[in-house]
Design a binder for this molecule. Structure first.
Ligand code: ZN
Length: 447
């Protein structure tokens, strides 16, 4: 048993329950108790002094491309299409060693920013690169975070009118076979699962209509979730209007690609009808405000999406378009972006925290297990230290977390297991992760 006491607690439950001075009790992989005042005495329990700290649910990262952690700092002044065109040739050189190094470093960094569950959207599978999905799954097990990898894909290369060069796209049948295999090998539908797999053709401008239709059927046949990029840029909208005669949202709707088992990344350029349609179908949106700003793509209508009932989570997105990758920093970025678009009341600090926790859990279909601190839920807990130089004296701990600088973690547990303590990663040596990452970046830059 683990007993955290003396801390403020933001449960992010449906009622928004908070305790100025409270406790969290963990029994094995799950939360046993959350409440106000001192924790009950539990013989033999490990006790954590939470004074000066805020306990929140572990943060959920709903969109990422971990392999990109090895290709940061490039194409710094490009649009999405220009940036992709610049980076595709580097990505064509990835293999299981570079992907494993990037994923381990990226996930370690995410854990240090409060992330307990992360997705990964991997869609570049060069021939002969080895088992890239396994590399990600192994990295997540090493770091100790809950992992929702998606088997991505591209089958519409330049010669078929798509954006990616032909050497990074795959054949439709090969994609479907590899995707089915990924689900069969790694997807764990059982309660408390550490790994769940999704199906994720890359984007409307890099995959064929046939792939979207087949992937939809495959995912629904196997009972796993669907993910893709949607309505990220005006270039994408123009591509869809020219190619399919409709907007990206209309195109995906026509293919049965909206629904409660789907979450999409970005959702920026959406008409009000599309926002309503996402809400009516229960389609989730992974909001990636830092990436969107980096690429000058625009800002998702988060307020309208939430009002329409759309599950909205936060994502750091691929590190090549978010060179920081700090998940906790996305809370402030989301608040800033929403207010720049919709004025000072567009998003509050508690709504920002909700996006990063309960909202993300809904995107992944795991709202019954993660995203809030409640008895019976998985013990994915972040304990933020708010009594240091960056936060001391801020009376409202949630405001301190969201508006202040990225807070250090006193503790991060995933399923009750300690991943971060005292601000340090406890599951892997960060010097080794960093050295492996630097080597991977060098390989992709020079080969
Ligand atoms: Zn992305």
């Amino acid at each position: 048993m683990l007993v955290i006491s003396g801390c403020a607690v933001a449960t992010v439950d449906a009622a928004g329950t908070e305790y100025a001075d409270g406790h969290v009790v963990v029994d094995g992989a799950r939360i046993a108790a959350v409440g106000a005042g001192p924790a009950p005495v539990v013989d033999g329990a490990t006790r954590v002094d939470g004074r000066g700290c805020l306990a929140t649910p572990g943060l959920v990262n709903t969109h990422h491309h971990l392999y990109q952690w090895a290709t940061r700092g490039l194409a710094t002044d490009e649009t999405l299409f220009g940036w992709l065109t610049d980076l595709y040739p580097r990505w064509a050189r990835i293999d299981e060693v570079t992907v494993g190094a990037a994923a381990a470093a990226g996930l370690g960094w995410l854990a240090l920013s409060g992330c307990t569950t992360s997705t990964d959207h991997h869609y570049v599978f060069p021939r002969g690169a080895g088992d890239l999905l396994a590399a990600g799954v192994e990295a997540a097990a090493r770091i100790g975070v809950r992992f929702h990898p998606t088997r991505g894909s591209m089958d519409r290369g330049k010669s078929d009118g798509g954006l990616p060069p032909d050497e990074v796209v795959e054949d439709l049948d090969a994609i479907l076979a590899a995707t089915a295999d990924a689900v069969d090998r790694y997807h764990d539908p059982s309660p408390g699962a550490m790994v769940r797999v999704g199906v994720a053709p890359c984007s409307p401008f890099s995959v064929s209509t046939a792939l979207l239709a087949e992937a939809r059927d495959l995912a629904r046949d196997k009972g796993v979730r669907l993910h893709t990029h949607l309505a990220e840029t005006l270039d994408e909208e123009e591509f869809c209007l020219a190619t399919h005669g409709c907007t990206p949202a209309e195109y995906m709707d026509s293919l049965g690609w909206l629904g409660g088992d789907v979450w999409v990344a970005h959702g920026i350029h959406l008409s009000s009808a599309a926002v309503r349609r996402l809400g009516a179908t229960g389609t989730g949106v992974a909001h990636c405000p830092a990436s969107n700003a980096r690429l000058g793509a625009g800002t998702a209508p988060v307020r309208q999406l939430r009002a329409a009932g759309v599950p909205v989570g936060l994502g750091v997105d691929g590190a090549a378009s978010n060179d920081s990758g700090l998940l906790v920093a996305e809370l402030r970025q989301a608040l800033y972006a929403a207010r720049l678009r919709g004025g000072p009341t567009a998003l509050g600090v508690r709504a920002a925290l909700e996006l990063a926790t309960a909202g993300g859990a809904r995107c992944l279909g795991r709202q019954d297990e993660i995203g809030s601190l409640e008895p019976g839920k998985l013990a994915d807990v972040a304990l933020w230290r708010l009594d240091g130089l960056g936060h001391a004296g801020i009376a409202d701990p949630v405001a301190a977390l969201v508006l202040g600088p990225p807070a250090p973690l006193a503790l991060l547990t995933v399923g009750g297991r300690t991943v971060v303590a005292g601000g340090e990663l406890r599951t892997a040596d960060v010097a080794v992760l960093a050295a492996d990452l630097a080597a991977a970046a060098l390989t992709l830059a020079s080969s």
